[in-house]
Design a protein around this ligand. Structure first.
Ligand SMILES: Cc1cc2nc3c(=O)[nH]c(=O)nc-3n(C[C@H](O)[C@H](O)[C@H](O)COP(=O)(O)OP(=O)(O)OC[C@H]3O[C@@H](n4cnc5c(N)ncnc54)[C@H](O)[C@@H]3O)c2cc1C
Length: 457
């Protein structure tokens, strides 16, 4: 791989650019036999590898990453180590009932603490802070929606456990100089990280635990042969007793196994990062606690400060072009990037002169029932994780521990989590799924237009 070809990875996000030159591990150049092969080098694959090797120091485990560590969502996300599970709690409760919703949120609180603990106990260079989370409503309808969510968390008995507090407009406006902020809901269990630094620190931990990591090693075919699963890569075959598919939004493109296309599809979300703000610009907007933030739109915005004093804002729209069925090269969405910049300046008029320095997109994994899933594929030799939507940072870390338990054949508190081998609704086929995406996007956009009719000017 030439230096020029490698620098293209630095354009994948502000985080990758900020990380600077990265030298990947060599690609696989021979055929090998391992106990466990992990396909995909994101949070999920790397933490599974780290945990399994810690449990089984004599086992051979290889991680096969098709591009470089951090190429997927794990290197490009907004870095919220957060408790949100699937969509809104009301939606989860409607589909899965009260008990399972409570279990899911308790799992997420554990996941946030577990991720924070990995960072702190290993002193990872992940630019981690733990400033909490604030959701803000702009219009009277959005205030009602947010009150509904708070009420739901109270009814579920989770609001205190999750450190939630309602914030009235006066208090909000004393902390933020924004004409849009009308009410808010805070939560203590949320941290912020630099995702590219963090995923590459996780790589270091996995290597230190004894995992072999091969980068630029795409798996092009997966076959069962006798007792083994055989993975084909350009440089050689990997024969494995067990395989973990940690390929997230790319899973529909895996070749050789039945049912991968109907498990999930990718949806791209767009992000921009400003240049560094001056002290005057920071003073003009407030935001003293520098917490993670989202709004209450259907197609929501997520925004946060970076450790070096910029603002990241993402969301607002999603795209899932037809070509997603053959490749994942859809990292470009100028219309949404422009919309994000306009929204940032509307939200914080003090930033009217700030320039945008970076723009990118990344794919999240979406399934038919909008709920994360970990499951065996065919039999217990192959395990797959999908459907984290845009809330997979903490989840994929703890899921890595859970999948290590499954690989060990152990029944634990984690493997009892109901997302494991759940009865998932499968996608109805390429054309219908694609049309469904368009319809959902249209509905969400319309709902936002209606809910924002009475927004402050
Ligand atoms: C823009 C954006 C913002 C987000 N913000 C947040 C947030 O703030 N908080 C939050 O909780 N979640 C967020 N998410 C979601 C979160 O980032 C993901 O859920 C999580 O990182 C998924 O991790 P993963 O390891 O499962 O997958 P990924 O990180 O996507 O890793 C999958 C890897 O598999 C590799 N791969 C694919 N196919 C093959 C193959 N055939 N052979 C070998 N390798 C292969 C890919 O190259 C990739 O590196 C965001 C996502 C995006 C895109």
């Amino acid at each position: 791989m030439t230096v020029n070809a490698l620098t293209m990875y630095e354009d994948k996000s502000f985080w990758a650019r900020d990380f600077g030159p990265y030298i990947p591990n060599p690609a696989l150049q021979e055929s090998i036999k391992v106990d466990v092969a992990v396909v995909g080098g994101g949070f999920m694959g790397l933490n599974t590898a780290r945990e399994f090797r810690k449990d089984n120091p004599n086992a051979r485990l290889a991680v096969l990453e098709g591009e470089v560590i951090g190429n997927g969502a794990s290197g490009r996300n907004a870095g919220f180590n957060m408790t949100l599970f699937g969509l809104e709690p009301q939606v989860t409760k409607l589909r899965w009932g009260k008990q399972r919703t409570v279990e899911a949120y308790r799992y997420m609180v554990k996941a946030v603490n577990y991720t924070k603990d990995i960072i702190e106990s290993n002193q990872l260079d992940s630019d981690y802070s733990h400033p909490g989370f604030l959701r803000v409503a702009y219009s009277p309808s959005q205030v009602k929606t947010l009150q509904g969510a708070f009420q739901e968390f109270q009814d579920l008995g989770l609001a205190d456990e999750m450190g939630m507090r309602w914030v009235e407009q006066d208090e909000l406006r004393s902390n933020f100089n924004s004409p849009l902020f009308s009410a808010g809901l805070t939560e203590t269990h949320t941290g912020l990280m630099h995702p590219t630094k963090h995923v590459r620190e996780l790589k270091r931990l996995a290597v230190e635990a004894g995992a072999e990591i091969y980068e630029q090693t795409p798996v092009t075919l997966i076959e069962r042969q006798g007792d083994e699963v055989v993975l084909t890569t350009p440089g050689g075959k990997v024969r494995a007793d067990k395989v973990v598919l940690a390929t997230n939004a790319y899973t529909h493109l895996l070749q050789g196994l039945r049912g991968m296309r109907s498990r999930q599809f990718p949806m791209w979300t767009s992000v921009i990062v400003t240049e560094r703000l001056t002290d005057e610009q920071w003073a003009s907007i407030g935001w003293k606690d520098r917490q993670a933030m989202e709004d209450v739109r259907q197609l929501l915005h997520y925004f946060r400060p970076t450790a070096d004093g910029r603002i990241l804002i993402g969301g607002q729209d999603i795209h899932a072009p037809w070509a997603m069925h053959s490749n994942m090269d859809h990292d470009h969405n100028p219309e949404t990037w422009r919309g994000l910049e306009a929204h940032l300046k509307r939200m914080f008029p003090g930033l009217r002169d700030v320039n945008v320095a970076y723009r990118w997109c990344g794919a999240v994994s979406v399934n038919a029932d909008m709920t994360p899933e970990i499951g065996f594929v065919g039999d217990e030799r192959i395990i797959c994780s999908t459907g984290c939507l845009g809330h997979g940072v903490s989840l994929t870390h703890l899921n890595g521990r859970l999948v290590a338990d499954l690989l060990n054949g152990s029944k634990t508190e984690l493997t009892d989590f109901w997302i494991v081998n759940r009865n998932a609704i499968r996608l109805p086929g390429k054309v219908l799924s694609w049309m469904g995406t368009k319809a959902v996007r249209h509905t969400l956009k319309t709902a936002d237009r209606i809910f924002e009719r009475n927004m402050p000017a």
